[in-house]
Design a protein around this ligand. Structure first.
Ligand code: AMP
Ligand code: MG
Length: 486
């Protein structure tokens, strides 16, 4: 275990030079204070839990101090925002501090979000607010605990620095970790600005550092794209199976690693609604829950375009064609598990689809449904759950088919319950829960955000005394308007 100031850096991305990122020093925020930290994320850097009590953490997390070996840089990228190409985005308020190597030899990008103005800030102020950093912190660590690939979050540092959004808020910074911060938009930037040599260097860097197995293939770039398609398909299967809406699936928010990245106005579904749009600014519903799958495919096509200098169009098309079948296979697998089915059978896809059709328009809480389905034997569970469905006859027919399917597998209820509870979270990061702890934190009370983080770090465990976090959301809590502003 290490002390806070003992991290070892090897900044491979910084060494690519000024065409890829530019040196920018963080602009500190006033009177920094640690809001919340993740012990699990600290451990990724071999840091022990006690570093949370070291005032140095808030200094490092607020731009007042830099780690020895850090080389803060703003990365340049572009991307398609709501389907429209924006030729120049880049880190407008976040800095890649460097790459930390842990004792296991893993590299972790250390990124400071909300660190002030950069050459890519455009009209922005370079800041992040306490509200949005808490939302990203909670979601990163919760998705990881659920088993969904994601960037990670080390800690949130608050301040007294005022920031103007729809109202006055306070500035905060988030220390984020990911094996890489390269986005689809990095490739698009060099492709559309006709910097072919830099595009080649970027691809080589990504292959060497993050996809070494592809380098063994006869056509490494083609293998890279195929791998990104596979990972993204698996990621989308998790999002759809667990009711996660990202909210802003612009290509600059898509990680080349296929992990959940750049959290904004995300939401977990409360009542199931395939058409849910969690981003209040998304008027056309481009990034609605059910659109996430075709949008991911669209984004992969945008990445494919940027790889055309290296890979033939037919080969890129063939890999793109794998996306939907791969997604469907992963998704069905996850949904079978959520339903407690241990094996695959003909008709499972219809069983899942029919259930979602019945949920649509009924007031069925998506996460609680699966947890309750495993809590009791099917007959009792279905009797309790049917109360929430509008089409009772339809639900009874579904229940009969489901029971027949469960019976065909045999096994005890105790076994079934254990198996289902291991994949159906009791605790889910609902918007209203985040809202409550944010309001407390804005008043200077960090106990609620710390407790919520602790609860959400073990989403599948019972956690006696914490049941209130697993309750149905209040009516107001289902209709919070979460805007893009952050
Ligand atoms: P996002 O919508 O957060 O994914 O950000 C899209 C782009 O806007 C990225 O280039 C961000 O760096 C930039 N950006 C977002 N918020 C700010 C801000 N407050 N100041 C400067 N740039 C920002
Ligand atoms: Mg972004």
């Amino acid at each position: 275990m290490k002390n806070l100031d003992e991290l070892h850096f090897d900044n491979r991305y910084a060494r690519l030079g000024n065409a890829f990122s530019v040196a920018v020093a963080p602009d500190p925020i006033d009177e920094p204070r640690l809001v919340v930290a993740s012990e699990a994320a600290l451990a990724l850097l071999d840091l022990e839990p006690a570093v949370q009590d070291d005032p140095l953490l808030a200094q490092l997390g607020s731009g007042h101090r830099l780690w020895a070996g850090a080389e803060p840089r703003a990365m340049v990228y572009s991307g398609h925002q709501f389907g429209v190409y924006n030729p120049r985005l880049g880190d407008g308020r976040g800095l890649l501090l460097g790459e930390v190597i842990n004792a296991a030899g893993e590299y972790w990008d250390l990124h400071l979000k909300g660190a002030g103005l950069t050459p890519y800030s455009r009209m922005g102020d370079g800041r992040a607010v306490l509200r949005s950093t808490i939302r990203e912190f909670l979601a990163s660590e919760h998705l990881h605990a659920l088993g969904i690939p994601t960037s990670r979050a080390l800690c949130v540092t608050g301040s007294t620095t005022p920031v103007w959004r729809e109202r006055q808020e306070s500035a905060a910074m988030l220390l984020r970790l990911a094996p890489s911060h390269v986005r689809f938009g990095h490739f698009e930037y060099f492709y559309y600005s006709d910097q072919r040599e830099q595009l080649r260097i970027l691809a080589e860097h990504v292959l060497r550092c993050h996809f070494p197995a592809c380098l063994e293939q006869p056509a490494p770039h083609a293998a890279l794209f195929r791998e990104v398609v596979e990972r993204t398909a698996e990621l989308l299967a998790y999002w759809q199976a667990y009711g996660f809406c990202h909210g802003v699936m612009n290509t600059d928010n898509m990680s080349i690693l296929g992990i959940t990245f750049d959290y904004g106005p995300y939401a977990f579904l409360d009542d199931f609604d395939a058409n849910h749009v969690c981003n209040h600014s998304d008027d056309s519903g481009r990034y609605s829950f059910s659109n996430q799958v075709p949008i991911a495919h669209w984004n992969l096509a945008a990445l494919a375009q940027a790889l055309t200098p290296f890979v033939g169009v037919d080969e890129l098309r063939a890999s793109l064609g794998l996306f939907l079948p791969l997604f469907q296979a992963h998704y069905l697998d996850l949904m079978r598990r959520r339903l407690g089915l241990a094996s695959a059978a003909e008709g499972d896809q219809e069983l899942v689809q029919r259930l979602l059709q019945l949920m649509q328009g009924s007031a069925v809480d998506y996460s609680r449904f699966f947890r309750q389905l495993g809590e009791e034997a099917p007959e009792q569970a279905l009797r309790i759950l049917r109360e929430d469905f509008v089409d009772l006859a339809g639900f009874d027919a579904w229940g009969a088919a489901y029971r027949a399917r469960v019976d065909s597998e045999g096994g005890s209820q105790a076994e079934r319950r254990t198996r289902m509870h291991a994949v159906n979270p009791k605790y889910v990061l609902r918007n209203y829960l985040a809202q409550q702890v944010i309001e407390a934190a804005e008043q200077g009370d960090y106990a609620p955000v710390r407790e919520l983080h602790a609860v959400l770090s073990q989403p599948y465990a019972e956690q006696p005394g914490m049941e209130r976090y697993a309750e149905r959301p209040p009516e107001w809590g289902k209709h919070l308007e979460i805007s893009c502003s952050s």
